[in-house]
Design a protein around this ligand. Structure first.
Ligand code: SF4
Length: 526
């Protein structure tokens, strides 16, 4: 979210290039391993509407980059949101990381988007490059704008005003349809025409709010492989590898839950073979990615294989009930470089975990903490969602009591995130708790823990914006643009919502559209 108070639409574009290239190489990728410096008759730009640090840690972004560079006739380059632009600095015409080629000179511009608030950054990246952020304002000479990514598993309607095509869900195979079009040199009109008949492609201008179902792929696409690693990525010097996709569980707040995205798993020998590829051999660290990767049966064998190859590793999600009684698993984590044990409680009390179908009990969390202490880790870290439906003070008090007991065993940190209802989950119609109530709970937790536990929290006000976008319809694009034009500050968003709410009766048009079209039942089942 931009924080500047500048009026962005009226700001003259800066002639200074924020992604400055020194000695022919952009400093952001100067120490990256795996950069592809390819030229081809057809060139497309893959954009990430956030910083390089975040983009570099997105395996999905890397998978698409790899696929779009798999044919001789097409080259794919990358662009990211410059950090100073994200912080409210002046707009800069964006150029590719690889060749400083302007965004507007590409045949197609693709965005991978993970998070509702990044939609505004997407609009600003187009605007900064001299293109209309609104699809209706771009003519036949403009590059086609194609969007995909994790956000497409939830509510995509607010993307509708900005995108020409949205690829819904898992794009591992669909990306090759796009690649064919690029290789054949289809123009914008021909691509839009062809896309109308393709399953999982949403053309907002054609389909309106009748969004198609998500695409999903089989386990044969796994392990999905990364393309580069860098000391400037959030996961430093780590080559990513997707060791499972989907989840076998049913947590009612989660868009990755079993009915939507059943667990798919690669064979162990394919994962081990990937570790022997040159790009993985060259990386100091390997990241095993997956929403439920600690549920992947051969995970310990894969970790052992990484250790035998001299690698440190990270795992994107650890479930406490896989660790609490498994000494071997925790020993492997320690050998792989783990000094912080991070798990999710996802609700403040046992009562709420039960209601959310989380399947984690206090004894699992305490057991994981004991295990971390046993092997000599330094910190136990826990993610907790607050503001869940029917949550009461007694649930918050239980969290305080539990964290006190954890902190008597080892240093403990918790990160509190406000509950944001998501489309296509059983809680899609649940309320978003008032920001004031959330703030009171945060203060109660901080007071109750009295500095004994490191308490961090995601901003409830920012979560409110996420909530509005996660429930918004296509016209939410105007709110996004207005808020970004006014600087992207919290007060800019507030004003934009006030104006919108004066003219509209409902805050949940996404739910209305889902019900009207009967495309995705609200339970998330397909
Ligand atoms: S919260 Fe985690 S365990 Fe629960 S459904 Fe989502 S990915 Fe699976």
């Amino acid at each position: 979210m931009r924080r500047s108070s500048a009026n962005l639409l009226e700001s003259p574009l800066s002639t200074r290039q924020s992604q400055r290239h020194t000695h022919g190489k952009n400093p952001l990728i100067a120490d990256e391993i795996g950069t592809l410096m390819r030229r081809a008759p057809r060139e497309v730009l893959l954009c990430y509407p956030n910083t390089y640090r975040v983009a570099g840690s997105s395996l999905g972004f890397q998978v698409i980059y790899r696929a779009l560079n798999s044919r001789e006739e097409v080259a794919c380059h990358r662009a990211v949101m410059p950090a100073e632009m994200l912080d409210g600095g002046p707009l800069h015409a964006l150029t590719s990381l690889e060749f400083a080629k302007p965004l507007g000179d590409y045949d197609a511009v693709l965005f991978s988007i993970a998070y509702e608030l990044d939609i505004g950054n997407l609009a600003m990246m187009l605007l900064a490059s001299g293109l209309s952020p609104l699809a209706s304002g771009r003519d036949a000479r403009a590059p086609i704008v194609i969007v995909g990514g994790p956000l497409t598993t939830s509510n995509v309607l607010p993307l509708g005003l900005f995108a020409d095509i949205v690829v819904m869900g898992e794009a591992d195979l669909a990306v090759f349809t796009l690649l064919d079009w690029f290789a054949q040199g289809l123009d914008r009109g021909a691509m839009l025409q062809a896309a109308r008949d393709i399953k999982g492609f949403w053309l907002p201008n054609f389909h309106d709010d009748a969004v198609p179902n998500q695409l999903s792929v089989g386990g044969a696409c796994l392990p999905a492989l990364g393309a580069w690693h860098s000391p400037q990525a959030e996961f430093k010097n780590m080559m990513l590898l997707e060791a499972s996709r989907g989840c076998p569980r049913y947590c009612s707040f989660c868009v990755v839950r079993a009915p939507v995205a059943p667990m798919r798993e690669p064979e162990l020998d394919r994962v081990v073979a990937a570790l022997d590829l040159p790009e993985y051999r060259a990386a100091p660290r390997v990241g095993f990615v997956g929403a439920a990767v600690s549920d992947w049966a051969p995970i310990k064998s894969a970790l052992r294989a990484a250790i035998e190859r001299g690698k440190k590793f990270g795992i994107s999600s650890l479930r406490a009930d896989r660790l609490d009684e498994d000494d071997e698993f925790v020993d492997l984590l320690f050998q792989g470089g783990y000094r912080t044990m991070t798990v999710a409680s996802d609700a403040p009390s046992q009562r709420m975990r039960g209601k959310m179908m989380k399947g984690i009990r206090e004894r699992h969390l305490m057991g994981a903490c004991e295990q971390a202490r046993r092997v000599g880790m330094r910190l136990f870290k826990m993610y907790v969602i607050i503001g869940l439906p029917e949550e009461e003070d007694r649930d918050i008090d239980e969290l305080i009591d539990f964290c006190q007991r954890l902190s008597q065993r080892m240093s403990t940190a918790i990160t509190l995130s406000p509950f944001v209802p998501k489309l296509h989950t059983p809680l899609a119609q649940a309320p978003f708790e008032a920001v004031e109530t959330q703030m009171k709970k945060l203060k109660r937790i901080q007071r109750g823990l009295g500095g004994r536990v490191d308490v961090r929290f995601d901003s409830p006000r920012q979560a409110y914006i996420e909530y509005r976008l996660s429930m918004g319809g296509m016209d939410m694009g105007h709110v996004i643009l207005a808020a970004m034009q006014a600087g992207g500050t919290l007060s800019a968003w507030k004003q934009a919502f006030i104006q919108y709410d004066k003219a509209h009766g409902t805050q949940r048009p996404a739910v209305d559209a889902a019900q009207r079209h009967g495309l995705w039942p609200l339970t998330g089942a397909r």
